[in-house]
Write a protein that binds this ligand. Structure first.
Ligand code: USQ
Length: 411
């Protein structure tokens, strides 16, 4: 029988956080969302809006209550900047589990300017430390599920399969005896956002080793899709859909481009391999992690939250064939390898019963029809061309938006 838990979701108003909160609430858990609503203020700052209309957090919560009779609690709070308030909330709510999703999650945003890079590092690392500290101070048995990123490994050429968690190195010491070193394979993040997530893994290990906290770290791939069973129940519950140059991830962008008659913009050669997961599977994987037994004391349980890996070119080809759209290779605005070997293990979720995750083939048509076609009139073509150049740190403020190029530079 499922145990009903009290679950605190930080970042519960965001793209992964909102559907996760609904999903866990629907499963019968008591949910408290803590969020500073920064995803909404960054949207205003950039002047890039979600393609789907987004209701206010109070309307979302009220509608959920009207539809289901389930009450989600909400506290407007900045986890990174108000430790005392966070500790108060944790002490008062006394959760069994904290799902920590509060983070600045865009890699391009973190590379946009010195300020946005510093904000990403400070916000993400301090928020994670505050959550860990609150658990340590209030009640060390609270389980932490952190949403990490598969991007911490980076995209160098690797001939081997990247394991979930530690790998063993066996060597011979000076006395000709065998010794073993256990460690994660080296991280090589390619953006400050991904660097912030790799720094957080050090924090998680520190608190697990030194204070015995129970922690699961989900290294998630690029999320695509918009709605889940719960967000589909009513328009007021709709999740966001970003396709702009900063927050839009590759597949969302390709679908919007194809649907609005623009060429699909493949950066460089397009042989970059990336891991993907549908938002419906994100919420199910998080639920599985919440319900799974505690990790070995002192060890962070690392799980790869991905359903498939594909090259950018194969994603472009798939969308192009499906929607009869042209593909254009454009000058890559990022510092990244355009061709590399990349293999990831993802056996842990199948062992936990999550063995059939959605692939592009399963869900893309539905996504195009129910989300993109329906909101075609809202597409702002000017926000699609990439304006952040990875190798040049240059400020991009709303004030200069009108003057920035909206055309692509083709290679
Ligand atoms: N790309 C294109 N054309 C585009 C946009 C992107 O070819 O129009 C390419 C990029 O060069 C890159 C790949 O597609 O090689 C993926 O780019 P992305 O923007 O979809 O994803 P990325 O910026 O790497 O990271 C994003 C989010 C981050 C999340 C991460 C998942 O910014 O929040 O954590 O996806 S992962 O990297 O797997 O950890």
């Amino acid at each position: 029988m499922m145990t009903i838990m009290k679950i605190l979701v930080t970042g519960g108003d965001g793209f992964c956080g909102w559907p996760t909160s609904l999903h866990l609430s629907n499963a019968g858990h008591d949910i408290l969302i803590i969020d500073n609503l920064s995803r909404r203020s960054i949207s205003t700052e950039l002047q890039y809006e979600s393609l789907t209309p987004i209701a206010s957090i109070s309307n979302r919560i009220e509608r959920w209550y009207e539809l289901t009779g389930k009450r989600i609690l909400f506290k407007h709070m900045d986890v990174a900047n108000n430790y005392a308030a966070l500790l108060d909330a944790v002490s008062l709510f006394n959760p069994d589990c904290i799902v920590h999703l509060a983070a600045q999650r865009s890699a391009p945003y973190s590379m946009m300017s010195v300020e946005s890079g510093n904000y990403t590092l400070n916000n993400n690392i301090t928020a994670a430390n505050n959550v860990l500290r609150a658990i340590q101070q209030h009640n060390k048995t609270i389980k932490l599920v952190h949403l990490g990123s598969i991007g911490v490994y980076g995209y160098e050429d690797r001939s081997y399969e990247i394991p979930e968690g530690k790998t063993k190195y066996v060597g011979i010491d000076n006395n000709q005896s065998k010794y073993t070193i256990e460690s994660q394979i080296p991280f090589n993040p390619t953006s400050l956002y991904h660097l912030s997530k790799s720094q957080i893994t050090a924090l998680l290990n520190y608190y697990a080793n030194n204070f015995g906290l129970t922690i699961t770290d989900l290294y998630q791939g690029i999320v695509w899709g918009t709605q889940t069973t719960e967000t589909n129940m009513d328009e007021t519950l709709s999740n966001r859909f970003d396709y702009d140059e900063i927050y839009g991830t590759v597949l969302n962008r390709f679908v919007v481009q194809a649907q609005s008659g623009m060429p699909i913009s493949v950066y460089g050669k397009g042989m970059q391999t990336r891991a993907f997961i549908h938002i419906q599977d994100t919420v199910k994987c998080i639920e599985t992690a919440v319900n799974s037994p505690a990790s070995t004391l002192g060890e962070v349980d690392v799980i790869h939250q991905i359903s498939e890996t594909r090259t950018v070119k194969s994603v472009a080809n798939f969308v192009s064939t499906l929607m009869n759209a042209k593909i254009k290779h454009i000058v890559n605005p990022r510092d990244e390898k355009e061709e590399h070997r990349y293999h990831l293990t993802n056996r842990k979720f199948s062992k936990l019963g999550m063995d059939r995750l959605n692939s592009l083939e399963d869900n893309l048509v539905d996504e195009i029809q129910s989300v993109v076609s329906k909101n075609l009139h809202n597409i702002d073509k000017a926000c699609i061309a990439p304006k952040v150049n990875w190798s040049k740190v240059h400020a991009r403020t709303p004030a200069v938006r009108e003057n920035t190029k909206t055309e692509f530079e083709f290679s």
